[in-house]
Write a protein that binds this ligand. Structure first.
Ligand code: GRF
Length: 221
């Protein structure tokens, strides 16, 4: 049986599209069980059939807990094996995170633990970093702080701006999310005591995506 993935998205949904494409190409044995958004006008919703869409305007709820409770109810109703945050721009409260703990993943456009939060490309440039990248990590209540499963790296080039860096990173990010979700969908990935487990073994460093789209242990010293 294919793994069921619930996707949370706030914007255009290009990472969701990467998952749909990987499923279509037979590289990811999974099905998208639902797409959930805090923004009813999110373009991501249009990437799946209407029956799979759920959205509610978070601003119309009295507080974060009330919105999260609705969202959690809707996500749970699609019986997901994994919940993947693909450009979901709202902080998830502790109750939501605990409910889906161990099967809740996020993609973040930086080499975590560097640059949690927003404006990651500009911050990498400002710091003079030679490399930038994206990370897929388990979600914990603290923002962008859970165990990192895998990363993809790109060089920062002379003349790069936040926009060119973001533009070059995005397709790599798409490859990363498809590769990590393939691991997850095949039952090889888990979280235990705040650490990533791959095939039942603790992963002490994030996996690294190579140029062929394959995830490897990171063997750098
Ligand atoms: C991605 O860069 C993701 O890492 C960040 O927001 C962007 C979302 O892009 N959190 P999309 O909606 O998947 O196209």
């Amino acid at each position: 049986m294919s793994a069921r993935i619930a996707v949370l998205a706030s914007g255009r949904g290009s990472n969701l599209q990467a998952l749909l494409d990987a499923i279509g190409a037979g590289r990811l044995d999974a099905r998208i069980a639902g797409v959930f958004s805090d923004r009813p006008d999110a373009a991501a919703l249009d990437r799946v059939e209407p029956a799979l869409r759920w959205s509610a305007d978070a601003r119309t709820f009295p507080d974060r807990a009330a919105f999260d409770a609705e969202l959690a109810r809707a996500v749970a109703a699609c019986a997901p094996d994994w919940v993947f945050c693909a450009g979901y721009m709202r902080i998830l409260g502790e109750a939501f995170v605990r409910r889906f703990e161990g099967r809740l993943l996020n993609v973040h456009p930086s080499l975590l633990p560097r640059y949690k939060g927003l404006h990651t490309h500009a911050r990498a440039l400002r710091a003079g970093d030679a490399e930038h990248g994206a990370s897929v990590h388990f979600v914990v209540p603290e923002l962008d702080s859970g165990a990192v499963v895998a990363q993809v790296r790109i060089p920062v080039l002379p003349g790069d701006t936040a926009d060119t860096l973001a533009e070059r990173l995005l397709p790599q990010e798409h490859r990363l999310v498809a590769a990590v979700m393939a691991l997850a969908a095949s039952g090889r990935l888990a979280e235990r005591h705040g650490q990533v487990q791959l095939d039942g073994q603790t992963l002490f460093r994030p996996l690294r995506l190579d140029s062929a789209g394959v995830l490897h242990p990171d063997s750098r010293d």
